[in-house]
Every structure is written in structure tokens, then in C-alpha cells.
Design a protein around this ligand. Structure first.
Ligand code: SF4
Length: 235
């Protein structure tokens, strides 16, 4: 169990401030290293919670997960993938035929349209396979920077820190990035963590944000990151 932090612990920003009053990059990297060590202890097997058997299923599930919970996507995808097991099958469908399979997921109409168009594009331009290329992925319907980075990392091991709502919140609370744009936050995080850990950091921080440092009720007392968090005691 993580140790309960002492109320008198100096805040990291106090420990690491230089004469300018700002935390140095070196100090921030040292904090990131300690945060990584805690994540590796807490979530040694951190991985996406979206159920999938191959890159195609992960791509579709990730598109469906936009503004929806992984749990809601996992409830819908087994029947969807049984009916449409690959890009060729899904490309033959109409959005109206797909809608009943995903109607429990938010924005299901536009998502049905996107995944059918996406499957058609995969068939027409990529032989039905998911391209291992960020620019090609981003050119697909419903696929943005975050989805492309998630799929490349989780399906192919391509290094990258995709930033979702959890990572945005964690990066701010931990004082690892002052940026608002997810792509820029990802860039800040990639400068702080070793490249071979980028995919792990993405998955581990999602789990930490989902179950510990939640949006409304972060569990600060006893938090294993307490001494390295710039928001300690703010809740
Ligand atoms: S101390 Fe609180 S705000 Fe900081 S990481 Fe832990 S739970 Fe989140």
C-alpha cells in the first residue's frame, strides 16, 4: 500500500524552484522519473481497457470510445465484430445497418457513419489493413491525432503519448504541462519520460486518472504521488 503522505511535506515546486521561481527542467524530469516508478509499481501490466483481438478491432473500438466510456464500448463491440469481423465486411454495410449494434454508445449515428466510411477507406486504400502510419491513420474518417497515437501504440508498439481527458487533467494537476491542447500536452510529456515508456505512461496515467485521481473526487490522502504533485491538498 502507498504510504500516507505527511501533511508537512514541502511541495515539489518549493523543493525544485530555481532563482527564477520556476521548476527547472531537470527537477521536472526527476519528478517524472519518480512518477513513472510509482506507475510501474501500481500498474505493471497497464494496457488499454478496450477489448480487441486485432488492430482493426482496436481502431474501430477507439473511434467508438470518443466521448463515451470504454465499458459502454466493450458492451457493444462483441456483437458488432461478430457481425462485421473485418474491414471488408464492415465496408459492405450501411450506417443504418450498423446503428443497432452501437446505439447504446453516445453519438452512435455519426459514429456508425464514420466506421463504415473508415472501413471502406481501409479496403479501397490499404488492402483492408490498418496502416502503421500516423498521417495515413489521421486521414481516415473519425480518426484524429489521439486515436491514431493510441492505435499505433497499443496495436503496433509505436512510441507516443496520446492525451485524453484523464491525461489532460493529470498533466495539469501534477504540474507536468501547462498546455491546454492535447497534442502539445503530449509533446511536453514525451520530453519528460523515456521514449520506451511512452505507451506505458499513456495507459498507466489513464488508469490512475480513472480510478484514483478522478475529476471530481481525487483521492489525495494516501496518494502515492502526493509528494510529487503540485495540486496536493487542493481537494
Ligand atoms: S495528490 Fe491528489 S491531485 Fe495529486 S495526483 Fe494524487 S490524487 Fe491527484
Amino acid at each position: 500500500m502507498p504510504k500516507v503522505p505527511k501533511a508537512t511535506s514541502p511541495k515539489p515546486k518549493d523543493k525544485a524552484q530555481g532563482s527564477s521561481g520556476r521548476e527547472s527542467l531537470k527537477a521536472k524530469k526527476q519528478r517524472a522519473q519518480r512518477i513513472l516508478a510509482v506507475m510501474e509499481q501500481l500498474y505493471p501490466q497497464a494496457a488499454t481497457e478496450l477489448q480487441h483481438k486485432n488492430p482493426f478491432e482496436l481502431l474501430i473500438a477507439t473511434v467508438l470510445s470518443a466521448q463515451a466510456t470504454d465499458a459502454s464500448v466493450n458492451k457493444a463491440t462483441p456483437a458488432l465484430f461478430q457481425r462485421y469481423p473485418d474491414a471488408f465486411a464492415l465496408a459492405q454495410a450501411t450506417p443504418e445497418e450498423v446503428e443497432p449494434y452501437i446505439k447504446t454508445i453516445g453519438l452512435y449515428r455519426s459514429k456508425a457513419r464514420n466506421i463504415v466510411l473508415l472501413a471502406r477507406r481501409l479496403v479501397e486504400q490499404h488492402g483492408g489493413e490498418v496502416p502503421v502510419d500516423k498521417a495515413k491513420l489521421r486521414a481516415l474518417p473519425g480518426v484524429g491525432w489521439k486515436t491514431a497515437t493510441v492505435v499505433l501504440g497499443a496495436a503496433f508498439g509505436v512510441p507516443g503519448i496520446a492525451v485524453d481527458t484523464h491525461l489532460t487533467r493529470l498533466a495539469a494537476r501534477l504540474g507536468l504541462s501547462a498546455q491546454k491542447d492535447p497534442e502539445k500536452i503530449g509533446g511536453d510529456l514525451e520530453r519528460l519520460f523515456p521514449k520506451e515508456k511512452w505507451v506505458f505512461v499513456h495507459h498507466a496515467l489513464i488508469l490512475f486518472g480513472r480510478y484514483r485521481c478522478t475529476a471530481r473526487k481525487p483521492q489525495c490522502p494516501g496518494c502515492p504521488l502526493y509528494d510529487d504533485c503540485l495540486s496536493q491538498g487542493a481537494w
